[in-house]
Design a protein around this ligand. Structure first.
Ligand code: H2B
Length: 100
């Protein structure tokens, strides 16, 4: 099972992840993606969902129109692991591919 990152590894990983920040009150990272419209937002979610399923690592997320709020944490480990960092990177890459 993936292990929780140390505070230092955690900080360092966030430095290389534009837009991602610590979630207050729990060991998790979050980012709010804002797209051009619902179509772009849902396209992002669809692509990200396929990656998440392949990784067997799933986001907590909420969509309102063109905004997607994402929180990543490894539930089995009770905090942030390398899997969250990997999925966050993939989401940033997918968002860049999504026009708007
Ligand atoms: N996603 C996340 N974010 N954390 C987990 O611990 C997790 C998961 N565990 N997706 C996986 C599924 C586990 O429940 C299954 C059985 O592999």
């Amino acid at each position: 099972m993936a292990e929780r990152l140390s505070a230092e590894a955690h900080r360092q990983a966030l430095g290389g992840l534009p837009g991602w920040t610590e979630v207050q009150g729990r060991d998790a990272i979050g980012k709010t993606f804002v797209f051009k419209d619902f179509n772009e937002a849902f396209g992002f979610m669809t692509r990200a969902a396929l990656v998440a399923e392949k990784m067997d690592h799933h986001p907590e997320w909420r969509n309102v129109y063109k905004t997607v709020e994402v929180v990543l944490s490894t539930h089995d480990a009770g905090g942030v692991t390398a899997l969250d960092i990997e999925l966050a990177k993939a989401m940033n890459a997918i968002a860049k591919l999504t026009p708007g």
